[in-house]
Design a protein around this ligand. Structure first.
Ligand code: PMP
Length: 438
């Protein structure tokens, strides 16, 4: 497969855009470097690059494109919004419609506020939790990404808990010291952190179903215990549902049928983004009324946004949720997900390349290892070199994955059985080739 135009454009991009990309995850640095593929058209489950090559897309723009690219219902909603004016700076009825849809699907959110990205949503939940509790510390979980605001860009370390190691230059130690990182799925580590810092902790922030080191479910009873322990210390529970909201069913991870009691795992605040904007920029946060009333203009916690709640993003979000609400949507994603999982597992066995596939409905992650992946340490302890080979072999057969061993594959409502069959054949050939080379 030739990609000369992509290579040319990458050279130009490097001259004008830092690193040639507008988000580091788009670079091919983690898979051996070189020019990323420059796409110029996307429709349904497919991508076309600037050299005219076609790909089946499993990146789904890192999650938002759950109804496939350029879905006609969403495109029409965006067109109508554009004709009516894209930005008002006044309230609109559309915002009420989307807020009601979110509240109906995720009842822990008595009150909602729209912002422009997942980063903003998470960042503000932390401010609100601090305003409400009068405390400053945050407990988070190793490997969970919560956007690029200072406080949550603090990495994990080994051991039961780690205090304040920034994952980026430019974050003052005074900020990093406010963050405690503990391993996911280890209730004792959380207990120890709360015993030591619980009285100073404003919130425990978690991806209730993890999407950032592969797809990882919480162990049975983990979220229940987490909520109970956190509240014992007077801290708030914040769920980062930027990836998980509307991913596995019409609702959040917090209302997913896999958990025995939605009430026992209800958070105080929730951050969202991605899918709820139907492919346009959006974020939202919400939670219990008395906590959300900390936010300006009602309360002392300030948060604002020129672009927040803009009619284009809100219209795309409403249209996307309308598509997802159609009967059979998640059954389709689950069915294709199961097929893909079985096909990849069989291909890995046949080739003798150990792989662990984690799948939840239409989202799955492929880890090159022979052990389960239930936390970040296990996700790191996988063969990145084999993944890099797999990524490139798949790409050259027209299958577009995220260029990182940690990222999930996302199916959309537009993928078909034939797409999945083609993908499984490509995986068989790729894994066979990796085995031949090793
Ligand atoms: N939280 C989670 C769980 C995410 O996966 C992401 C983005 N991948 C974010 C927050 C940040 O969202 P955004 O990129 O829209 O700022």
């Amino acid at each position: 497969m030739k990609r000369e135009q992509s290579e040319q454009l990458y050279k130009q991009a490097l001259e004008h855009i830092v690193g040639g990309v507008n988000s580091p995850s788009r670079s091919f640095k983690a898979v051996g470097g070189g020019a990323p593929v420059f796409m110029n058209k996307a429709k349904g489950a497919y991508f076309w690059d600037v050299d005219g090559n076609q790909y089946i897309d499993y990146l789904a723009a890192y999650g938002p494109i759950i109804t496939g690219h350029a879905h006609p219902h969403i495109t029409k909603a965006i067109q109508t919004a554009a004709e009516n004016g894209t930005l008002y700076g006044t309230p609109t009825e559309l915002e009420i419609t989307l807020a009601k849809m979110l509240k109906q699907a995720i009842p822990s959110m008595d009150k909602v506020r729209f912002v422009n990205s997942g980063t903003e949503a998470v960042m503000t939940t932390i401010r609100v939790a601090r305003a409400y509790t009068g405390r400053t510390k945050i407990i988070k979980f190793a490997g969970c990404y919560h956007g690029h605001s200072d406080l949550v860009l603090v990495a994990a370390g080994s051991g039961p808990s780690t205090l304040g190691i920034p994952d980026s230059a430019g974050i003052p130690n005074t900020i990093a010291q406010e963050v405690i990182t503990v391993p996911f799925n280890d209730i004792n580590a959380l207990k120890q952190a709360l015993e030591r810092w619980g009285e100073e902790t404003a919130a425990v922030m978690i991806e209730p179903i993890v999407g950032n080191f592969g797809m990882v479910m919480p162990r049975e009873g983990y979220l229940e215990q987490l909520c109970q322990l956190t509240r014992q210390y007077g801290a708030l529970v914040i769920y980062d549902e930027v990836i998980s909201a509307f991913r596995f069913h019409y609702g959040g991870a917090q209302t997913y049928g896999a958990f025995p009691s939605a009430e026992a795992i209800e958070p105080d605040l929730t951050a969202m983004g991605k899918i709820i904007g139907g492919g346009l920029p959006i974020g939202a946060y919400g939670g219990r009324k008395h906590i959300m009333e900390q936010v300006a203009p009602l309360g002392p916690a300030y948060q604002a946004g020129t672009m927040a709640g803009n009619p284009a993003s809100i219209s795309a979000g409403i249209a996307c949720l309308e598509v997802l609400k159609q009967p059979g949507t998640y059954e389709h994603l689950d069915r294709l997900g199961a097929m893909l999982e079985a096909g990849i597992e069989a291909a890995s066995k046949l080739a003798g390349i150990p792989m662990t596939v984690n799948r939840i409905c239409g989202a799955l992650s492929t880890h090159f290892c022979d052990h389960p992946v239930t936390n970040y340490e296990e996700a790191k302890d996988t063969d990145g070199e084999q993944f890099a080979q797999f990524f490139r072999l798949m790409l050259n057969q027209g299958i577009n994955l995220a260029p990182s061993k940690f990222e999930a594959w996302f199916l959309t409502t537009e993928h078909t059985v034939q797409d999945v069959e083609r993908t499984i054949h490509a995986a068989e050939a790729s894994l066979k080739e990796i085995a031949r080379r090793s």
